[in-house]
Design a protein around this ligand. Sequence first.
Ligand SMILES: [Zn+2]
Length: 302
Amino acid sequence: MKYLTLKYRSTKKMKKCIICLKKKVINEFNEEHIFPEAIGGNLKIYDCCKLCNSKMGSKIDNELTNNEYIKIIRFLLKIKGKNGIINPFNTLLNSAFEGIKGKLIFEKSGKYSKFEIIQKTIIETENSLKIVCDSDNMEGMLKTINKKIAKSNQPPYTFEDLRKNTTSISHPKLNNIDIKINLENDNKALIYIIPELLKITYELGYYHFKEKYLKDPTSIAIRNAIEEIISGKLIIDMPTYIEIDGFNWKDIKRYNSYQFLIKNNKIICHLNILNFITARIVLSKNSNDYKLINENINESVF
Ligand SMILES: [Zn+2]
């Protein structure tokens, strides 16, 4: 007679978070986008715990995805984040209208629809009163005028008076908006995106080399820096060598990509974010420890 001993398998499967290195129950993990979802990243790993994931979202990803330039690029490239396409021009003050406030209205798809004047913009001088309303809201305009002149003992305006006294204005090139941004003195903004570049590099290292990468000295230094950042501390020493090319506004594209290159025994991660930010970050100083199938790993993540 043979006996078969059966052991109950634990239903609580554990695994280790690659950020805090704590062992946690499997349902305490969720998917982590290596390149943030808000910039179109779809390459995912599943080994970050929910807590680290959410901290990285608010302390690291936010700095990149809410950068003013990135917000405009996300909009121009019509990248849908979790909240759809967000219009950064919502509260635009258009100088072409001499103090008149308005909004550029875009359809959900991101297509420009119209310039909507914020109702009841009043410009008052000594002898004149300029009230600006949307032309398709004459009734609203009449109400505003009559309310305003009620105090001055003048007879109320009629629609006829309004037609005689109204000048229609329109923006000469509303369908062809020219966005001019001066980036000359804004390279300091690059500092705020360094944590994101470190995070992407670290996660790409793990994505390709798995557990082995977590023991790499460069990986340990980057991970420690990430932990400092997500716990609200400032990083003083760069954990690895980083070179950033600055912002390239001319040729933004709807993709993120990376490439690993080996040079002097170092694995260098070339990052390209929306063709706007390009950077080179040393991922490891021990390339001999890793088997790279091709010396160039080039993957588009869009
Ligand atoms: Zn964690």
